[in-house]
Design a protein around this ligand. Structure first.
Ligand SMILES: O=C(O)c1ccccc1NCC(=O)[C@H](O)[C@H](O)COP(=O)(O)O
Length: 259
């Protein structure tokens, strides 16, 4: 089994375990009772300045433990104060040490859009995201066959959320466009083997037409990495490790946003 398939299977198994205690009808009801989702496409729309999605990331399969983050809400507030346009919360439990509780805490602490970053493959996970207050959900093209991708995208939309549709090749960008994605991410990290390709975004970004928001994901450690993505056409850059391992995320955000 590939790493991505393994991560997805783990997230789905964990969601199924939660479902035993909280059935789909209850989560659906909670999702529909939430305040309306923020319009992430508006918050992340192309602008003169690059925008940043700042990530709450404790650990990862490729890097192991990154930061304890005892108070994810406080970190998210720091990100918001530093000028982030949205917060990504890794809710995967097994390898990233995240949780839906992290997402709920972040949601109640900030007023910018919040992304549930997980390995989503079921309607239940989408309802859970909305019930926890997410405005965005991650859909990874490589993890989903096209009909499933389209169905989950449609459900997210019906719940008022925006999907960040993540790709790693031109073919996957075409699949994202086929389902009408308005927010497309290109992840420099190959989720099957951890390899980082910092030039991938530059090679494939032109495939994403005007009118679709372009997000460059992963592999940003320095200001020059943000500059490179921006020059290649990124409207938004998603940053995890650099912000959680840096003692001064506000200063780092200021540097990144000065590109
Ligand atoms: O980060 C990993 O090791 C990883 C491994 C397998 C699947 C997903 C993984 N990360 C999720 C992400 O895409 C990143 O957290 C995100 O893009 C930020 O990346 P970075 O700034 O490089 O921490």
């Amino acid at each position: 089994m590939s790493l991505l398939a393994d991560l997805t299977a783990g997230s789905v198994a964990d969601a199924n375990a939660r479902k035993a205690a909280r059935p789909k009808s209850a989560v659906e009801k909670a999702a529909l009772a939430q305040a309306p989702a923020l319009d992430a496409l508006e918050w992340l729309a192309p602008a003169e300045q690059v925008k940043i999605i700042a990530e709450v990331k404790r650990a990862s399969p490729s890097r192991g433990d990154l930061s304890e983050i005892p108070d994810p809400a406080q970190l998210a507030v720091t990100y918001e104060t530093g000028g982030a346009s949205a917060i990504s919360v890794l809710t995967e439990e097994r390898r990233f040490k995240g949780s839906l509780a992290d997402l709920e805490a972040v949601r109640s602490a900030v007023s910018i859009p919040v992304l549930r970053k997980d390995f989503m493959a079921t309607e239940y996970q989408i309802f859970e995201a909305r019930a926890a207050g997410a405005d965005l959900v991650l859909l990874i093209v490589a993890a989903l066959e096209q009909k499933k991708l389209a169905g989950l995208h449609q459900l997210a939309r019906e719940l008022g959320m925006t999907a960040l549709v993540e790709t790693h090749s031109e073919e996957e960008i075409d699949r994202a466009l086929e389902i009408g994605a308005g927010l497309i991410g290109v992840n420099a990290r190959d989720l099957t083997n951890f390899e980082l390709d910092k030039d991938l975004f530059g090679r494939v970004a032109d495939r994403i037409p005007a009118g679709v928001v372009r997000v460059a994901e992963s592999a940003v450690l320095k200001r020059r990495d943000v500059a490179r993505y921006r020059e290649a056409g990124a409207d938004v850059v998603l940053v995890g490790e650099a912000l959680v391992t840096d003692g001064d995320p506000i200063r780092t955000l200021e540097k990144f946003l000065s590109v």
